[in-house]
Design a protein around this ligand. Structure first.
Ligand code: NAP
Length: 311
């Protein structure tokens, strides 16, 4: 069993920020970031609202910078995926999906959230063949094709803007006529001649046998169904917290799966902290994840310094 003072689960902005603060408080964290460390920011094309950058910065670049900053401070990373946390007090036993075990004095949970899917039967069949939940990753394959984006939040609006750079027509399909996306982004979309708003409409079927050929949508006010010919459908309808690995632990979750934390990012188990989208009901912003990660890192470092030597 590998022993570590502080195990941070997740290598997005919350996990990295926790690691940076803990490292600077004299603790050597180990960050378990999974096979592709970096979280949802890796799928974000441009970020314009992360303070400190005059011009928009790419999500990948921002995460890469955070990982390099962590490494400069002595933080170690592992690609382990965590399956289980056991114990009601320090030290905790943590098991990975391939059966490896860690003993940790303290833990920060910063596992973020995972994209939601519509639940249409074709979604499974045509995933990777024109259906995607990541415009940044798969948009390139849609060059020159008409596409649809589903959703009315920032992700959908930013995806639509991103795709409009290389797709001749982007249909933004939203179930209402009011948006969650912020005003500035909504205005950018409305002023973009390549983006068509298809409002009060829900997807009912993705057409195509081997590749996406169109999207059938239903107007929820008139019940009229229409087909939008397109080669790609990008689903951007929000995300769910990645906390199912905690279901058998003593870390309490809310009904929606979010980790319950207090104002100092303590969970219900003394010595286990949580931050970022896995514990954020309201904001789900990279900068807020980083801020709360810092709080969790400070608290975890204080906890480790108090219990040092127990493993
Ligand atoms: P979101 O804000 O929760 O928006 C999800 C959208 O999908 C909503 O418009 C919702 O419609 C729609 N939707 C949900 N389930 C649906 C379904 N089954 N069928 C059809 N439509 C459905 O999610 P998000 O856009 O991924 O954003 C998540 C968080 O990250 C937000 O806090 C957002 O501000 C933030 N974010 C920020 C940035 C940025 O600041 N640069 C970029 C991306 C995301 P209703 O509106 O009708 O509920």
């Amino acid at each position: 069993m590998t022993k570590t003072d502080l195990l941070i689960i997740g290598a997005g902005p919350a996990g990295c920020s926790a690691a940076i603060y803990a490292a600077r408080a004299g603790v050597k964290p180990l960050v378990a970031g999974g096979a592709v460390p970096g979280g949802q920011l890796l799928q974000t094309s441009e970020i314009e609202n992360y303070a400190g950058f005059v011009n928009p910065i790419g999500g990948y670049e921002l995460m890469d910078n955070m990982h390099k900053q962590c490494k400069r401070l002595g933080v170690e990373f592992t690609t382990d995926e965590i399956a289980r946390i056991q114990g009601d007090k320090t030290p905790f036993t943590v098991t990975t999906t391939d059966g490896k075990q860690y003993q940790a004095l303290s833990i920060v949970i910063a596992t973020g959230s995972k994209a939601r899917w519509l639940g249409l039967p074709e979604e499974e069949k045509l995933r990777g063949k024109g259906i995607s939940a990541c415009a940044t990753c798969d948009g390139f394959f849609m060059r020159g094709k008409k596409v649809c984006v589903i959703g009315g939040g920032n992700t959908a609006f930013e995806d639509a803007l991103f795709l409009s750079q290389f797709c001749p027509e982007v249909n933004l399909v939203h179930r209402r006529d009011a948006f969650r996306a912020d005003k500035i982004t909504v205005e950018q979309v409305k002023n973009n001649p390549k983006i068509k708003l298809v409002l009060n409409s829900v997807p009912v079927q993705v057409l195509g046998r081997d590749m996406v050929e169109g999207l059938k949508v239903k107007n929820v006010q008139t019940n009229e169904e229409t087909v939008i010919p397109c080669g790609g459908v990008f689903v951007a309808i929000g995300a769910d917290p990645q906390t199912s690995f905690l279901k058998d632990s003593l870390v309490a979750l809310a009904d929606n799966g979010l980790v319950l934390v207090d104002e100092k990012n303590h969970t219900t188990v003394n010595g286990i902290f949580a931050a970022g989208d896995c514990a954020d009901k309201h904001f789900r912003q990279a900068i807020i994840a980083a801020g709360n990660g810092a709080k969790a890192g400070i608290e975890a470092a204080a906890f480790v310094n108090l219990h040092r030597g127990k493993i």
